[in-house]
Ligand binder design. Structure first.
Ligand code: 5GP
Length: 199
């Protein structure tokens, strides 16, 4: 980050990970509705947009050469290859928002969380939350129900989910997404407590 020396930045990062289909996108959307002053970092990806996804809102959908150019220009805070596609967190947006005191919400994978932790190196307050599905069976049902992935993709996503779940203990806290409304309230409480303790 472009923080000055060891000075702690005013804003905070709230980072969410969950296995694909774990519900983090919906949860993040609900949290942002409750807190219009929080901002979401929109990632850049080389994956194709799914039906209903909007460029600049869900992701910035770019070509591989465009992604590589951002990488070469040091334009990402972190990037990772997930399910054979590239994903990255644009650096300038996050740095600007944190410097202006905002609560910046990131929804990225486990590799990304580890890289962000390293990149901010204690200069920025960071809260990391892992959202767990109630069971792998329920995760499978959710992935099948959303009708966006082939059966092979679903199997891969489930394999990776099991690996990611093993790393949930690297996060500050874990929340089981049993019921959406309750999960949103629980996470809201966790984040607000974290923000209050920083003041
Ligand atoms: P999906 O293609 O299902 O939207 O996302 C696949 C995975 O990539 C999810 O775990 C999602 O959190 C992760 N992801 C999305 N954006 C980023 C990013 O900027 N960086 C990293 N490391 N992972 C990301």
């Amino acid at each position: 980050m472009s923080s000055k020396g060891k000075q702690v930045q005013k804003g905070v990062l709230v980072l969410f990970s969950s296995p694909s289909g774990g519900g983090k996108t919906t949860i993040v959307d609900r949290l942002l509705k409750r807190h219009p002053d929080w901002v979401r970092s929109v990632s850049m990806t080389t994956r194709a947009a799914r039906a209903g996804e909007k460029n600049g809102e869900d992701y910035f959908f770019v070509t591989k050469p465009e992604f590589e150019k951002m990488k070469a220009d040091n334009g990402f805070l972190e990037y990772a290859n997930v399910f054979d596609c590239e994903y990255g967190t644009p650096r300038p947006f996050v740095e600007k928002q944190v410097e202006s005191g905002k609560t910046v919400v990131l929804a990225i994978d486990v590799q990304g969380m580890k890289k962000i932790k390293q990149a901010v190196g204690g200069k920025i307050s960071l809260l990391s939350i892992f959202i767990l599905p109630p069971s792998l069976k329920i995760l499978r049902d959710r992935l099948e129900g959303r009708n966006t992935d082939t059966p092979e993709d679903i199997e891969r996503r489930l394999d990776i989910a099991q690996e990611e779940i093993k790393q949930a203990n690297c996060y500050d806290c874990t929340v089981v997404n049993q019921n959406l409304e309750d999960t949103v309230l629980e996470i809201d409480e966790i984040v607000n407590k974290f923000l209050k303790e920083r003041r």
